[in-house]
Design a protein around this ligand. Structure first.
Ligand code: ADP
Ligand code: MG
Length: 292
């Protein structure tokens, strides 16, 4: 490939809202046959809203929300922002004492001297706070509605469930159609629950789903596909996608995403519109065809 033509392709990309790390990136785009898409913030807007609060038998809903909100206030995760905003709208939130992010699982810390956990049931189980029948049922119902549900516990007991809703970006289904037209197989990859992931996948026309994947394992999913001979593009926005973006044959980040994702990627889609990922593949194929 002549450097001149690649440079021209890069310039054209910039005008289309695609920032390309270097001219050689266009070369690696040529072989791509699979596009792995992160769910939250990539296929969906990632702007979540709190839609339901369920308290366990004998617990107080307002208190479940207040303590969860206080802790989530310290986290940047889309689920955390929804919980904190929903809680703050219903009353003042105390400042947390200790706080720790448990990547891909939730948060833990102290609020008013109580040891609080918010996140996936697996996180609460790790701290010997299994969900009772009532809360398990509430989680299941929320997930069947396509909502992300998280559990809240403190001082040795699971106390409630919070459900947040996310919305699929209006452009995602069209982007998936474009990927297929280009001969690319789309796969949805997420740390979220399988039922929720399926609901989102159905809505945008994806049939392959890899769900409940911890952040550190996302890169391994990419590696597994590569080991089976696939040439993989990964599109993601989060800190938890950075390793997978770096591992992929082509990493695409969203300009609306985190710095870590942008740094780890080869291409950045400035406006966060997934359709532009298909444009990028088309552009590089056209640029390289001209060169040949
Ligand atoms: P994704 O892969 O869809 O971007 P993550 O890996 O960031 O999702 O998170 C996976 C799951 O872990 C979330 O769906 C949520 O259930 C839980 N989780 C992660 N962070 C938090 C948090 N701060 N509060 C509550 N739950 C969380
Ligand atoms: Mg994400």
């Amino acid at each position: 490939a002549t450097p001149m033509a690649l440079m021209a392709g890069t310039g054209r990309g910039a005008r289309m809202g695609i920032l390309i790390k270097g001219p050689e990136v266009l070369e690696s785009t040529r072989r791509i046959d699979t596009v792995v898409l992160d769910k939250t913030g990539t296929v969906t807007t990632g702007t979540m809203a709190l839609v339901e609060v369920v308290a366990a038998e004998g617990e107080d809903e307002a208190e479940v929300l207040r303590l969860a909100g206080a802790l989530e206030n310290a986290s940047e995760h889309p689920v955390a922002k929804a919980v904190a905003a929903g809680a703050a709208a219903r009353g003042a939130l105390p400042a947390p004492g200790d706080f720790a992010n448990v990547e891909g699982l939730g948060v833990r810390g102290t609020v008013e001297g109580r040891a609080v956990l918010v996140g996936r049931p697996a996180l609460l189980e790790e701290w010997s706070q299994p969900l009772g029948e009532d809360l398990s049922q509430a989680m299941k119902e929320a997930r069947n509605l396509g909502r992300t549900a998280v559990a809240v516990g403190w001082d040795g007991r699971a106390r409630g469930v919070l459900a947040v809703s996310d919305t699929v970006k209006p452009t995602s289904a069209e982007a998936v159609r474009s990927f297929r037209e280009l001969g690319l197989t789309p796969i949805l990859l997420t740390g979220d629950n399988e039922t929720v992931a399926r609901a989102v996948a159905d809505e945008v026309g994806i049939t392959e789903v890899v769900a409940e994947v911890l952040p550190e394992d996302k890169a391994e999913v990419i590696g597994g596909l590569q080991a089976r001979g696939r040439a993989v593009a990964m599109v993601g926005d989060g800190v938890n996608d950075a390793a997978a973006l770096a591992r992929a044959d082509l990493g695409l980040s969203l300009g609306t995403g985190t710095d870590a994702a942008i740094e780890a990627s080869d291409l950045t889609l400035v406006r966060g519109d997934l359709r532009v990922a298909a444009d990028a593949v088309r552009l590089s194929r056209r640029t390289l065809a001209v060169i040949k």
